[in-house]
Design a binder for this molecule. Structure first.
Ligand code: DON
Length: 307
């Protein structure tokens, strides 16, 4: 069997094996996310030669939510460099939930760019010429990672904006410690828009593959970020991408990864592949139940564990 056939077979088998899992629940603190279909389940893998393999609902669009965070961190790193970005946001696992306060005592600096507090700061580090957060730069960057023009799910944006007081509170706390470079309202508004950017599992696999491919999109051939930035982002995904489940995930699945509350999940095999899953039913850490199970089983079946 060729490698391509092995991947195609594995995705199809694992889709079949986990499609019937009914555990978990959709995130409802962003009410619009409960409109997703709980039966949706897609898997996608993109190789370094730009070939995509998929099974199930891999072309169904959903909002990126926290899957946007590593890519906006990449944009901040590419714009400002690691030393400057690290003055504002750390790179240590928080051991806490995605929406925890997770700020360093004394400085107000968020633990890492994968938790909400750190992601709000990262977004604020992408200013436009008027020093406001620059959503157009973020959308362009996310689109280059995906290799096509992405757009915003305005209903998801409005829904999170109407209910996002916890993120606003985080932004004000950070600002009160003089650790947020822009107005908290503007930072959170841009962050909500970034979380509402819409993509499919195949798009997510291309985005992950671009990180795995040293910052060059393997489908379009475009360099999106420098190789050292892609490596820095994968490092933080490995240690912090799954929040307080990051250790368990790295132990069992062995790949840098990022989850999101709409049910998206990405993982990357450096110099090998980008992987994505979509399924809206979540576990207690906010990770897709079927996505976790399927990517874990895929890692075992194809021997993808990095260690
Ligand atoms: O800020 C929030 O709460 C959401 N926009 C994103 C959180 C998220 O996706 C957490 N990941 N599992």
């Amino acid at each position: 069997m060729s490698a391509a056939e092995a991947v195609t077979d594995a995705l199809r088998d694992l889709h079949g094996r986990f499609a019937g899992v009914r555990e978990g629940r959709r995130a409802d603190y962003i009410p619009e996310l409960t409109r997703s279909d709980p039966d949706d389940f897609g898997l996608a893998l993109v190789s370094m030669d730009g070939h995509s393999y998929s099974a199930g609902a891999a072309d169904t669009p959903f909002s990126l939510q926290s899957v946007s965070k590593p890519f906006v961190y990449a944009l901040a790193l590419a714009s400002l460099g690691l030393e400057e970005v690290s003055r504002w946001v750390g790179a240590e696992p928080s051991g806490e939930a995605f929406n925890a306060i997770s700020l360093e005592a004394g400085t107000g600096r968020p633990a890492n760019a994968m938790v909400n507090a750190g992601a709000i700061v990262t977004t604020a580090l992408v200013p436009d010429s008027r020093e406001a957060p620059a959503f157009h730069r973020i959308l362009t960057c996310l689109s280059r990672f995906a290799g096509r023009k992405l757009d915003v799910d305005e209903d998801v944006y409005a829904s999170e904006s109407a209910t996002g007081d916890r993120n606003r509170a985080l932004a004000y706390l950070i600002r009160s410690a003089r650790a947020l470079p822009v107005d908290p309202v503007a930072a959170v508004d841009t962050y909500f828009r970034q979380c509402a950017v819409r993509a499919t599992a195949v798009d997510l696999a291309v985005m992950a593959a671009t990180l795995a491919h040293g910052g060059v999109n393997p489908v379009t051939g475009e360099r999106v970020v420098p190789p050292e930035v892609a490596a820095q982002v994968l490092a933080v995904m490995a240690t912090c991408g799954m929040y307080d489940a990051s250790g368990d995930w790295l132990l069992r699945v062995g790949l840098p990864a990022k989850s999101g509350v709409s049910g998206g999940l990405i993982a990357a095999g450096p110099a090998r592949f980008g992987l994505a899953a979509y399924s809206p039913l979540l576990d207690a850490a906010g990770t897709s139940v079927r996505g976790y199970a399927a990517l874990g089983a895929l890692s075992e079946r194809l021997g993808l564990h990095l260690m």
